[in-house]
Design a binder for this molecule. Structure first.
Ligand code: MTE
Length: 319
């Protein structure tokens, strides 16, 4: 499939705005007459923490089984460098994302389950036992970060859903609201953002539903009020601001796969030896530093997940 429009991922890293330039630009613009509407709105809107009725659950118990082996990415760095195409095809979507209303927020569980349900996000969160896990995150664009997420294993959500034996995949869908998410007005993208996992992947110990980060409710630009993190896969699999989990026997076609299947497949497991068609995946830039480090197979999480792929060698597991 031809790409008709350039995406953020097509921009060489040398062309993206370094954070210090971005921050200076923000303070410059904030001082300009009339710029408040464009830049200051985010600060006038309620932060995720202020409007989260489950804010009392943070910080949650730290789970020491998950050690990143590298420094945690500073919260400020991570908060101002995000991929969230609903708010723009660049990294500085922080302000725009504050427009997303995250309460009330309903999550639909449907498809091949014992009983379909719609559950309020706060009911869902309070049914779970939250814990903190520090995970490495490897973007397909060859940058990486380390984040202390708070949430619960996706297996607990699968237990709640009670899928039928016929269901072999979970399809996850992001909200659709072009009124506030201006990126969704770009009709060349197949909105809403969709991602999927096999049921075996969804119930793996590593697979985490994230509701918080850095010891508090998750900021909107990270995908509040609930996102996925599957840390052995390229970051685009970790879908943000989820409104629907559909249990199905059909392999979901994800957002990027629909746009460019030859570059972004269903499996998307991290592998330094399998290059992206347009760049190497052998190493990664550590977000917030000048460091480049070697990329690890399955992002270093092989002991948890490698067995999932036995017998699937014929699939494009690393693309
Ligand atoms: N989910 C939605 N709904 N929209 C997106 O654009 N971007 C993905 C993923 N989830 C994306 C998304 C990509 S490419 C990455 S690398 C991560 O979110 C980025 O997460 P972060 O902004 O918290 O670093």
């Amino acid at each position: 499939m031809l790409i008709k429009h350039p995406r953020g991922w097509d921009i060489p890293e040398t062309l993206t705005t370094p954070e210090h330039v971005f921050l200076n630009r923000r303070s410059f613009l904030a001082g300009m007459t009339g710029a408040v509407g464009a830049i200051g709105l985010g600060t006038l809107r309620a932060s995720a923490e202020e409007i989260d009725p489950t804010a009392d659950l943070y910080p949650a118990r730290h789970n020491e089984a998950f050690v990143a082996g590298r420094a945690t990415t500073p919260e400020k760095t991570n908060s101002m460098y995000n991929n969230f195409y609903e708010f723009g095809s660049h990294k500085q979507i922080y302000d725009a994302a504050q427009a997303l209303p995250i309460r009330p927020w309903a999550v639909v569980i449907d498809g091949e389950v014992e009983q379909e349900m719609t559950i309020d996000i706060d009911d869902l969160i309070r049914r779970m036992t939250l814990e903190e896990r520090v995970y490495r995150h490897r973007c397909v664009e060859a940058w990486s970060m380390v984040v202390p997420w708070t949430g619960f294993p996706m297996r607990k959500l699968v237990d709640l859903a009670k899928p039928l034996t016929s269901a072999t995949y979970v399809r996850m869908e992001t909200f659709q609201n072009p009124e506030v998410a201006r990126g969704q007005r770009a009709n060349w993208y197949p909105w809403p953002y969709v991602e999927g996992l096999t049921l075996d992947e969804a119930v793996n110990d590593l697979t985490f539903m994230v509701t918080g980060a850095y010891g508090k409710s998750m900021a909107k630009q990270f995908g509040a009020p609930i996102r996925l993190h599957a840390p052995w896969k390229y970051g685009f699999k970790s879908v943000k601001s989820i409104v629907r989990f559909t249990f199905t026997r059909e392999r979901p076609v994800s957002f990027w796969e629909e746009i460019q299947a030859s570059e972004y497949g269903f499996w998307a497991n991290v592998n330094p030896e399998v290059s992206h068609p347009r760049w190497s995946q052998a190493s990664e830039r550590v977000l917030g530093t000048d460091e480049r480090i070697p990329t690890q197979l399955y992002n270093g999480y092989g002991e948890w997940v490698a067995d999932l792929y036995k017998g699937l060698e014929g699939e494009r597991l690393f693309m």
